[in-house]
Every structure is written in structure tokens, then in C-alpha cells.
Design a protein around this ligand. Structure first.
Ligand code: PLP
Length: 350
């Protein structure tokens, strides 16, 4: 059978109403890539895989949740959806809403959304509004608007988003034959870590696939779950996790605790270093996506996580092409030489 997308593939595991009418771009089924060289770099003695979520149709894992949220809204005749976004949610909402012939409105923090994400939302045909405020302000506003107007909220407060996002946990178990020992991932609004934990638990109940320890990683300048209080002006290069007041914070902390894992924070420098190491191993991700592995590296170095003989999966949430500016800012302009062999040899051999 041709691949039907995450909703149809895992429908029997998803808690969704009868009226749901599938709207899909055949998201999911992303590769679980073995990373033996990177594992060695981090000290070795364990198996490492990257779940490359940047290969979803709009370039991030948000498509897994969006296919289900939009399918539910579409099935009950909704005409419009709205979300607050640090970028990837907006591109995904726009793509899926427009596919179903619905209107998408996205509210983003002014000047804080990576170029490839804003371009995506516009290209897919969303009405994009920038606010003079943070993601957290934007989320507060869209919650109020969707309460008072016939427009469906598709942030991860929408329970169907999490239903869809569980599918990545199912896929990992299907590919490995069991849950990994350790799962590391970035944490922003904390919907994803919540969905993974739900997914692994549910799959384990039905298929006895076991449970991973979950290592959630925030950016140091935006680490409310590590600090234990909201952060008013979150700052980080990892814009996808630049969130000071996570909507699913409590559930994220529960997921970490119940799984015998933890939530930690890493500096922008550590995150960008890991982005570079991933790319050097053939996997280019946006900065936020490297946070999980940056956290793993720190835990290994501190000796605070037992990785020997373990199987570890790192969730790389979004594609590097979403945030070209971060690379452009760090790079030196490529050399320019005359178009002749001698000039080229000189720079290649020196
Ligand atoms: C949304 C997003 C995150 C954070 O996920 P949460 O569910 O908000 O914790 C991390 N990385 C990327 C690329 C994202 O788009």
C-alpha cells in the first residue's frame, strides 16, 4: 500500500473524533539515521541515531501535529485557523489549511522569525501579522481570539496536534523494534516532549516496546523549566525554542521525571557547535534542532548520564535551510579567484 501519512498509518492509536477528514501532505516516515562517527566524537560506547524531522513536507516536525489538527477542524466544517508561531508552526499551518481550502492566520513576534520560516508562511498563503511582542504575547492573543471568534487554534494547546506528534515515537519503535534507551530533544513550548512521552507510553502498553529516558534541552537564555519560573525576555539563536512561558511546561516536567530523565539548558555556543558537528556528519539542522545533542554531549562530559551500551535517539526537529542567516552570519565569504586552472590550484593546494 502507498504510504498514507501519519493520521491514516496510526489512526487506531490516535484519539480523534469521528468527523475527522484526513488532510495530508504525506508527512512523517522520516529517516532514523545512524550516526556512528558522531557517537565516537562524543566518547563512544553507545549507538546513536538522528530522527531527521527536517525532512517533513514543510521542513519541521510540526507537520505531524498539523495534519491531525487541520483534519479535525476541516472535518467539522471550520473555515479558518490561527496560531502564534516562532516560525515553523506558521509554515505548517499555512500549508495544511490551504491544502484544505481554509484560511490560515499566523501571529509572529516582529523581527524574531528566521527568514526561511517567514518565507514559508507567506509562500503557502497565510495571512501573517507581526506583533511588537514575544511569542508568549502572541500565544496569549491567539488564545483569546480563538475563544471569541469562529477560528480554530492550532498551537500545540490544540490536543489533536499532540495526537499527531505521537506518531514519531511510534515510528522510532517500529524501526528499532523497541523504544530507545535514551531520547534527547529540544524543548520550547513543550508540546513535543509531551507528545513523545504520550506516544512511547501508549505504544508500550499495546506492543511492549519499552520506555526511553527523556533528556529535554532548553536554550540557556530561554530556560523557564530549568529555572523554575517564566522568563520575561527569552533570548537565543535557537529561535524555535525562544519561549519564556511554555504552554505544556507542567507536562514536560512530568515526562522528564516519569521517564527518569531530566530537562537541562545549554548555551547558544554549545548549540551552534553541535549544529556544526551534525552538519559535518551530513545532517544540516536549524539551531534549535541541535539542542538535544548539545545536552547529550554535556551530560556525557559531566558523567551524569549513563550511556554505555545504550541506544540513543536524538530528535532533530527542523531543517537547516529554515535559518540560512545563522550560517551566513558565521561564515567567511568564499574566496574568489580568476577562472583559470593555475589560480584554482593555488587556492586548493596551499
Ligand atoms: C516547535 C519547534 C521546537 C520546539 O517544540 P515544542 O513542542 O515547542 O517544545 C523545536 N525545534 C523546532 C525546529 C521547532 O519547530
Amino acid at each position: 500500500m502507498a504510504y498514507p501519512g501519519v493520521l491514516e498509518r496510526y489512526r487506531s492509536y490516535l484519539d480523534i473524533p469521528e468527523h475527522t477528514k484526513t488532510v495530508t501532505l504525506l508527512e512523517g516516515d522520516t529517516p532514523l539515521i545512524p550516526m556512528p562517527r558522531l557517537a565516537e566524537e562524543l566518547g563512544g560506547g553507545f549507538e546513536l541515531f538522528v530522527k531527521y524531522e527536517g525532512l517533513n513536507p514543510t521542513g519541521s516536525f510540526k507537520d505531524r501535529g498539523m495534519t491531525v489538527a487541520i483534519s479535525e477542524a476541516y472535518g467539522r466544517g471550520a473555515k479558518a485557523v490561527i496560531c502564534a508561531s516562532t516560525g515553523n508552526t506558521s509554515a505548517s499551518a499555512a500549508a495544511y489549511a490551504n491544502r484544505a481550502g481554509m484560511k490560515a492566520v499566523v501571529i509572529i513576534p516582529e523581527g524574531k522569525v528566521a527568514a526561511g520560516k517567514l518565507a514559508g508562511a507567506i509562500a503557502y498563503g497565510a495571512q501573517v501579522v507581526q506583533i511588537r511582542g514575544s511569542f508568549d504575547d502572541a500565544l496569549t492573543l491567539v488564545m483569546k481570539i480563538s475563544d471569541q471568534h469562529p477560528i480554530v487554534l492550532v498551537n500545540s494547546l490544540n490536543p489533536y496536534r499532540l495526537e499527531g506528534q505521537k506518531s514519531s515515537a511510534f515510528e522510532i519503535c517500529d524501526v528499532l523494534g523497541a523504544a530507545p534507551d535514551i531520547l534527547c530533544l529540544p524543548v520550547g513550548n513543550a508540546g513535543n516532549i509531551t507528545a513523545y512521552w504520550m506516544g512511547f507510553r501508549q505504544y508500550n502498553e499495546r506492543n511492549k516496546t519499552g520506555l526511553p529516558q527523556i533528556l529535554g534541552v532548553q536554550a540557556a537564555g530561554s530556560a523557564p523549566l530549568v529555572l523554575g519560573h517564566p522568563v520575561d525576555n527569552p533570548e537565543t539563536v535557537a529561535t524555535a525554542i525562544r519561549i519564556g512561558k511554555p504552554a505544556r511546561g507542567e507536562q514536560a516536567l512530568e515526562a522528564a521525571e516519569e521517564s527518569k530523565g531530566k530537562i537541562i539548558a545549554r548555551s547558544d555556543e554549545d548549540i551552534l557547535y553541535m549544529q556544526q558537528r551534525l552538519a559535518a556528519n551530513g545532517v544540516w539542522v536549524e539551531p534549535a534542532s541541535a539542542a538535544g545533542l548539545a545536552g547529550l554531549k554535556a551530560e556525557i562530559e559531566a558523567g551524569t548520564l549513563d550511556v554505555q551500551g545504550k541506544r540513543i535517539v536524538a530528535i532533530c526537529t527542523g531543517h537547516g535551510m529554515k535559518d540560512p542567516d545563522i550560517i551566513v552570519k558565521q561564515m567567511t565569504t568564499p574566496e574568489v579567484v580568476d577562472a583559470n586552472l593555475q589560480a584554482l590550484e593555488e587556492v586548493l593546494i596551499k
